[in-house]
Every structure is written in structure tokens, then in C-alpha cells.
Design a protein around this ligand. Structure first.
Ligand SMILES: [Zn+2]
Length: 176
């Protein structure tokens, strides 16, 4: 029993765990949504790699494959960052097919890249006219810049240039 458990733990790798700390929190949640909405069609699956079609704005082809030092991944969508919501959706379902639970909300919050929950427009407004600024924009910018220690390093990485970063993320993550 114990031996089986230990061997299984060593062999069964979690794709979700490997992607989590490279993914924006918002992108992760959108990927979960895609997984739950039945947008993923598995094409070829085994313990080492998966190829799938994901139905988004268009159909996209996702491939994930375990390699010696991590996970190799590709998606045909235009999202320019490393991990897109289509890869997240496929990783979650692939793990579940192999008997693994998806990351909890707590794990998602702790390990993903910090959220950018304000719009680029509201950040611009904040810089141009602070008196009329969106309070959410202030909250996020303060979290990013003034009190990094308060976040207790829960996120994998904080952007160096919050305004530029948040604007770019928002533009990108709603494409596709
Ligand atoms: Zn994609």
C-alpha cells in the first residue's frame, strides 16, 4: 500500500503544478472556466504528453509534454505570454484524467503571478487625475508598489512597472 503510494507519487506528475507559478491568476481562472465549460477535446493522451483542441474565439491546438526538467508546452493562440488559458484548461483536465485534483483556490492565490484586476484605462486615469481615480486601481497599485512585504511573497513574481505591466496584461489576456 505504502510502496504503491510512494511509487505513484514519484511517477505521476501534475501538469497544473508545473504551470501554476508561471501563470497570471486571472488567466488561471479563465482556464478553469474553459475546462468546466467543456471546451476541451482531447486528441491524443498518454502519461507523458497530451494534444488537445480548445474552443475559444477560434479553435486552438494545445500540446503539453513532460520533459526532464519540467513541461514543454505550446498553443496556437495569439496570446504572447508563456502560459495561456487554453494550456491551463488542458493541464487541469489531463491531470484529472490521471487521478489528480486541480489546485485549490488557496494554492492558486498563493502560487500564480499576482492579479491585475484593474483596467488600463483606470490606471491611466489614476495617473492623470488622482482625485477622480478608481479606488480599485489605487488598491492594486499600492499592493504592487508600497507594501510588497504585506503580500508575504505569496505570489511568484511582482511586476516591476505596475502600470505598464497591468495595462499590457489586460490587453493580452482578453484576446483569444
Ligand atoms: Zn492559447
Amino acid at each position: 500500500m505504502w510502496i504503491t503510494f510512494i511509487i505513484k507519487t514519484m511517477i505521476v506528475k501534475s501538469a497544473a503544478d508545473m504551470l501554476l507559478n508561471k501563470t497570471y491568476e486571472e488567466v488561471w481562472h479563465r482556464g478553469e472556466g474553459y475546462a468546466d465549460e467543456g471546451r476541451v477535446i482531447m486528441v491524443r493522451v498518454n502519461d507523458q504528453k497530451v494534444e488537445a483542441l480548445v474552443e475559444g474565439t477560434n479553435g486552438y491546438v494545445v500540446s503539453l509534454r513532460f520533459v526532464a526538467n519540467g513541461i514543454r508546452r505550446h498553443c496556437s493562440c495569439p496570446y504572447p505570454k508563456d502560459i495561456c488559458k487554453h494550456m491551463v484548461a488542458v493541464a487541469i483536465l489531463w491531470d484529472e484524467m490521471r487521478g489528480m485534483k486541480r489546485p485549490s483556490d488557496r494554492e492558486i492565490e498563493s502560487f500564480t503571478i499576482a492579479p491585475a484586476s484593474v483596467s488600463g484605462q483606470s490606471i491611466d486615469a489614476l495617473f492623470n487625475n488622482p482625485l477622480r481615480a478608481d479606488l480599485d486601481a489605487i488598491r492594486v497599485l499600492v499592493e504592487y508598489t508600497a507594501f510588497p512585504s504585506r503580500r508575504k511573497q505569496t505570489h511568484a513574481k511582482l511586476p516591476k512597472h505596475p502600470k505598464r505591466e497591468a495595462t499590457r496584461i489586460l490587453k493580452e489576456q482578453f484576446q483569444g
